[in-house]
Design a protein around this ligand. Structure first.
Ligand SMILES: [Zn+2]
Length: 395
């Protein structure tokens, strides 16, 4: 057993090697555990019990390219939910030898709808920053990014919210990083992403190869206690503490073709906890899902069930909108009724107007003044089963 101190030295050595490699090959992740990661022996976990987690995005930007629109964040949420809930049967791209190991993780993610003070929120916060150096700076042992007094933004209560920070990480070793649950505290917890790695941008230029939204999937794995399969070691002594992932003596970049071997076995380089490109990654294993469930139970026990609003769908999907210069008309299919509350936000996330819970066939969102100023607005339509956010535009 290596000592914790030894592990940190080894990891920091690996990190140096990773940042050096960045010159030739982009490296996804800079997560590093400060202490020896804990091992778990798994009990009978109830896999049918879906857990819901609320995310808050802190977007710290210098210019408009870094100030990601809500649509990118909502798209990222979709990727996260699709990947974690992907049924084991969708496995045609996974090498046959690993197909039976794939497991969905019964987690659902939503944007926070209530802030720590009990007020409605879009779950997406924007803050202009003057100093790009705060992305990776530490002052007195604290991450500047996660501290309002150091130029960043304090996380929301991390026992209730998953805090995701989005910033330009050009000066950091890698686009993604997560704080392991055993290293987290009330002041520092969450995930940090480079703005280019957020969401399904599909951009094959500056955002490639991390352009399909999988950096957050990988970092969420760390946030729930998963490790790299190689544990950043090259001598096959690295152990990710999961039984059904093969030992791996190296990390993979790009997307290798065909089988790859190390440590006497075929490597699972297409695992979400690999450093390979977004278009290469295909699965979490049952062992990894069990480890995440155990870590959540032990380290993040109050985090689940923070999504009062569940999934899109149902009659909400039929609602359309029109603007006539003074109000918006939201209308469903003729004769249908949607039982909902409606909140109207401006593009900064400020709540402008609310409609009480009722059964609506159509709903007017009136402006008491002379029409809404030109711009983008969001109507959040929700009840205890469904949520839909409509983007409303007044040109
Ligand atoms: Zn990683």
């Amino acid at each position: 057993m290596r000592s914790s101190y030894m592990r940190i030295l080894l990891l920091e050595g690996a990190m140096l090697a990773m940042s050096f490699q960045l010159i030739a090959q982009p490296v996804r992740c800079a997560a590093a555990s400060r202490i020896e990661p804990p091992q778990f022996s798994y009990g009978n976990l109830n896999m049918r019990n879906v857990q819901h987690f609320a995310l808050v995005f802190h977007i710290l930007y210098q210019d408009s390219s870094e100030r990601l629109p809500d649509a990118r964040i909502i798209g990222q949420l979709q990727v996260l939910n699709d990947v974690f809930n992907s049924p084991a049967s969708i496995s045609q791209h996974i090498p046959e030898e690993f197909r039976k190991l794939k497991s969905p993780a019964p987690f659902r993610f939503c944007l926070a709808s209530i802030d720590p003070n009990g007020n409605p929120t879009t779950g997406i916060l924007y803050k202009a920053i003057g100093d790009p150096g705060i992305a990776c700076r530490r002052e007195n042992g604290r991450r500047s990014l996660m501290s309002s007094s150091l130029g960043g933004q304090d996380p929301w209560d991390p026992v209730r919210y998953i805090n995701v920070y989005v910033v330009n990480r050009d000066r950091c070793p890698a686009p993604g990083e997560a704080i392991f649950p055993w290293d987290a505290n009330a002041e520092e917890d969450g995930i940090i992403l480079d703005h280019r790695a957020v969401g399904y941008s599909g951009d094959t230029g500056k955002n490639a190869p991390f352009n399909l939204g999988l950096t957050l999937v990988h970092e969420m794995g760390h946030y729930f206690g998963l490790l790299h399969l190689s544990e950043n070691l090259r001598d096959c002594t690295g152990d990710d503490l999961v039984d059904d992932t093969p030992a791996q003596g190296r990390e993979y970049f790009g997307c290798p073709e065909g089988k790859q071997f190390s440590c006497g076995s075929s490597d699972m380089f297409m695992n979400y906890m690999s450093l390979a490109d977004d278009n290469c990654l295909q699965l979490f294993t049952t062992g990894q899902v069990n480890r995440m469930r155990s870590v959540i139970e032990d380290y993040r026990p109050t985090l689940a069930s923070q999504c009062p609003l569940l999934e899109p769908g149902g009659v909400f999907d039929e609602i359309g909108w029109a603007y006539d210069g003074a109000y918006w008309l939201l209308s469903g299919k003729e004769g249908s009724c949607w039982q909902a509350r409606v909140d109207l936000f401006d593009s900064t996330g400020k709540l402008l107007w609310q409609a009480p819970s009722d059964c609506y066939g159509h709903l007017l969102i009136p402006d008491p003044h002379s029409g809404f100023p030109g711009g983008i607005y969001y109507a959040k339509i929700y009840n205890d089963q469904h949520l839909r956010t409509l983007k409303l535009i007044n040109r």
